[in-house]
Ligand binder design. Structure first.
Ligand code: FE
Length: 187
């Protein structure tokens, strides 16, 4: 008798527990989402779940050892291991001169000073890539968030993320690591 009562009550107790647990998880997710929004760029090392798409005809592919020969340790970590530089520390965060922003790894022109703006995030921010198709997008579900990672479409180097809170005319904010870029001032 006693045992039967316990068995009957188990599903109810279990569903209550599940509800409590999912509520708890939801508040953690909401909290981290808000925090991430405030911090703007990626924190920690992102890993994308997207399978690699077919490489383009001019794709540049190198081994890690080859990249290490042409990139500093920090550049390698950010570009090849999807790292993130600390906010407000990047060399190009405050760059205001006219010029082009090239991929630090392969030299492809990715952004222009004409679309750079002060986002307050602590990372160089642009509202548009220099050329459609040269900045590739990937779904990034790390750190309990859904974000869009952006990479150089030619060499696959990690650049940062794109968010939908940028200025007009696009409404986009490309939040990019300084270490992923090389600035070429206008002559
Ligand atoms: Fe590149």
């Amino acid at each position: 008798m006693h045992g039967r009562l316990e068995t009957r009550d188990l599903p109810r107790a279990y569903s209550l527990l599940t509800m409590l647990r999912s509520g708890f998880t939801l508040s953690i997710l909401l909290g981290s989402g808000l925090l991430a929004g405030a911090l703007a760029c990626a924190r920690g090392d992102a890993q994308t779940s997207q399978p690699p798409s077919k490489p383009r005809a001019d794709a540049i592919m190198k081994t890690d050892d080859e990249w290490k020969k042409i990139l500093s340790a920090e550049e390698f970590h950010i570009l090849r291991e999807k790292g993130t530089e600390r906010a407000f520390t990047g060399a190009l965060y405050k760059e205001k001169r006219e010029g082009k922003y090239l991929c630090r790894a392969c030299g492809l022109e990715l952004f222009s000073s004409q679309t750079k703006y002060e986002s307050g995030s602590g990372w160089p921010s642009f509202y548009k890539p220099a050329k459609e198709g040269d900045v590739a997008e990937h779904r990034d579900t790390t750190l309990g968030m859904v974000r869009t990672e952006v990479t150089c479409a030619r060499c696959g180097g990690h650049l940062g993320h794109v968010f939908e809170d940028g200025p007009q005319p696009t409404g986009l904010r490309y939040c990019i690591n300084s270490a992923s870029l090389k600035f070429e001032p206008k002559e």
